[in-house]
Design a protein around this ligand. Sequence first.
Ligand code: F6R
Length: 586
Amino acid sequence: MCGIIGYIGSNVESNLYLGLERLEYRGYDSSGMTIKRNNDFTTYKATGVVEKLKSTIKENEEFGIGIAHTRWATHGQISIENCHPHFSSNGSTALVHNGIIENYEELKDDLIKKGKYFYGQTDSEVIAKLFDCKLDINNLRRVKKKLVGSYALAIISKNSDYIYFAKNKSPLYIALGSECALIASDPSCFVGFADGYITLEDGEYGKFSQKEVIIYDKNDKIVKKQPQKLDFSFINEEKSGYQHFMLKEIYQSRLALEKIMEVYRSYDIKEKLKELKNYEFDRIYLIGCGTAYHAGLIGGSYMREAFNIDVFCEIASEIMYKNLNIDEKSLCIFISQSGETADTLAALEYCKSRGGIIVAVTNTEYSSIARKASINFPICAGQEKAVASTKAYFAQCIVLYILTSYLKGNDYILPLYNFKRQIDFGDDNILKTLAEKLAGYDKVFFIGRGRDYITAQEASLKLKEITYIFSTAQPSGELKHGVIALIDKSVPVIVIATDENLFNKTLNNAYEIKARGGKLVLFTTLNTDSETEKAFDYIIKVKKPEKDFMPLQIILSLQKLAYFTAVTKGYDPDKPRNLAKSVTVE
Ligand code: F6R
């Protein structure tokens, strides 16, 4: 993970800080920046969230050249020593790095033998120590050849007016504005500074100043690249009156649906859908991680109902160990909000190497996954700032619904239009009261059948990642095969029941829990009778949409339940511990 930014222009400190705020979703264990002015460096570092850095910074309007970094710790603890930028032994070169250097131990041993001293434990410091020489293209090329692994690097020297860079596997973009030049892990850093940006490909390296960008490809040939237009619509910097981005983003699910309905009527998308239909395939794989994998499970359930072919849903980090039958007749759909998830990217390369048809469903059209796919279907959710994915999950499911409907030859606009009118975010008062109760427990179970079991998995993930309460999801029918041994009065069980045909069976499983003293909560779109109402301690009822949209309707209240529980416990739901929004390490 980690985010890097470099800036050449005036007000370097404040502009780098703005960039770090925009990149904070990539990690918030520590942050730092180094600025070069008058052939000297000034450095600021702080552990913890980016805001901690602010009080250390002395603003300076003068022209300068700077690099900055926000860290998600991989090698080495969270400490000032391990905080970027890192420095060469002679102190004249500073660099920031996103990625993992796989051969860093070997390189480090070699450098130690040569008498180099290491102040920290990171793999990134090893790269810095390889720069005890003049910073120029030849030396960058020489160092780059020694590195095995992933890297996005921005490097400055006390004696140069350029920022040097190199990219392999980790994302990196450059923008030239009218008064400044920037490099960053995410083009959202360029908003307000430039109208366009250049996407760097693996193996590329070079240098840039305020006036020019010089890029070499992986064969050391100079390449000319045309900037692409920066799309301003993805920026999401204000909480707009909400206490947290997470709550704002849950409510933005409706906006995402509206945007999808608009975009999926356009000529461009219609052409992409036609292209998809033209492929000949006899198997479908839906692949993602975490929440995106759960969206794949929902999409898979649509496709399995619609088509008479095998549909498999796979966790990206596991797919290569399963010896699956992936070939040129396999439609492989990669689902990723960020489009940069390393596990999903690795799975994509694996499926591509076996001849699979590669299609992406992403929220970031400039991302690596979107670019590596033959077709990318945007989910139009707008930038997600909170680490826990909410509106993106909703939008991913909608786009997978559209792909299914289109391939089946069904209209998708009218059902979506009807659903939009029925969206129900649940009753805040009941959800808050329930959250206050849940906050007092140290474990929570979720159960459901069919699609409700998928929702149970997503709801359980949301709760555990932002409240740190242990939670697990079980298929209702599976409880009695072992897990019911854990049920007693200290365990609340959240029952998700939106399928009329499965309601009674699920209720019977709920009664089995009740008989063993477990506390019961029902999340449903269905009508309940007095006997059911007596059995449950809480019932959250939301409007009943068309069957295919039940999981999307019910997840909104479950996302809010996780949110209110985190807030009750005094945690920041936007920045849960140990997590980052873009998981760019395998
Ligand atoms: C959970 C969450 C993660 C992501 C997962 C994949 O709330 O956000 O589980 O869904 O890390 O990320 P993307 O979708 O960016 O590939």
